[in-house]
Design a protein around this ligand. Sequence first.
Ligand code: ACO
Length: 325
Amino acid sequence: MTKTRIIIRGVGGYLPEKVLTNIELATMVDTSDAWIQQRVGIRERHIAAEGQFTSDLAVEAAKRAMTAAGVTSDDIDLIIVATTTPDYTFPAAATLVQMKLGMHHGMAFDLQAVCSGFVYGIATADSHIKNGLATRALVIGAETFSRLLDWTDRTTCVLFGDGAGAAVLEKIELADNAPEQGILASALRSDGHHWQKLYVDGGPSTTGTIGHVHMQGPEVFRHAVGKITDVVYATLEKAGYTVADLDWFVPHQANKRIIEGAGAKLSLPPEKVVMTVSEHANTSAASVPLALSVAVADGRIKKGDLVMLEAMGGGFTWGASLIRW
Ligand code: ACO
């Protein structure tokens, strides 16, 4: 007898070439390297070049994930791009990625859950594959978040960056006595009552403009730690594990203090927490797959490890996914 499991076969990340340091930022807006590092743990962020769009970043990350997985675009039949910054209002950035990968087959759509988008994407692809709608998926988190920023607003522009990360998910049949592998459980949540705490003041149906990011920073902070820990516990419980079983915690890279706060509330040793926020800043939906691809590439995350992905963002949306690597 065998059991069907959805595994992550490979991951990859891409960061645009241009690096914007805090020191450079402090020449543009009234801030300082010390303030940013102390408050959010960010040292620098990457910024997409003029003419470089979200789908371009997504394609680079997707190619790296497919190489790591040993597959080509011929093998993919589902593309989910989690993004808040699509190239166009429509079509979906995912269909542009499909085109740029030379594909005519399969399906592609965007998923909008802001910073939680990649975790939502993993759970969505997992269900699609389990339900027979697809066999092998590219789940991509990609953002040109710099284009939503008001570069005169020091309370938001210092926090974000651009980038993309991707994962190839596929179905395998595991022998009943084989070691556990793949996505074990996910939990997704949202509560739209909090929308004004973190939002963009534009859109096709309201202003006809793209708008800029607005955030009630202390309110976001207050909600983040509790919501993150709740959904992590819910996911562990579904799979019959506890925090002590985790080898790696790969959280959304919003801000060092939120990550440390959640880690402390979960009683997770800091050495089990993957942190890339200082070099990447908050890349929204791209942050989890970027952090994941760094920790896989440097050999920290290995086959057999128990890995918890987690994210929280605008909406609010939040979620977690537990994976046996
Ligand atoms: N540089 C220097 N000073 C600044 C800056 C800046 N970039 N931004 C704000 N300040 C000033 C404020 O103007 C204020 O000055 P005042 O006292 O003279 O009015 C002072 O710093 C304190 O402002 P607060 O907003 O109270 O600062 P706080 O200590 O709460 O830190 C921060 C702000 C870092 C944004 C914090 O609230 C936070 O981390 N919130 C979570 C936000 C976050 O991570 N969002 C990411 C998106 S959400 C997500 O992905 C989960």
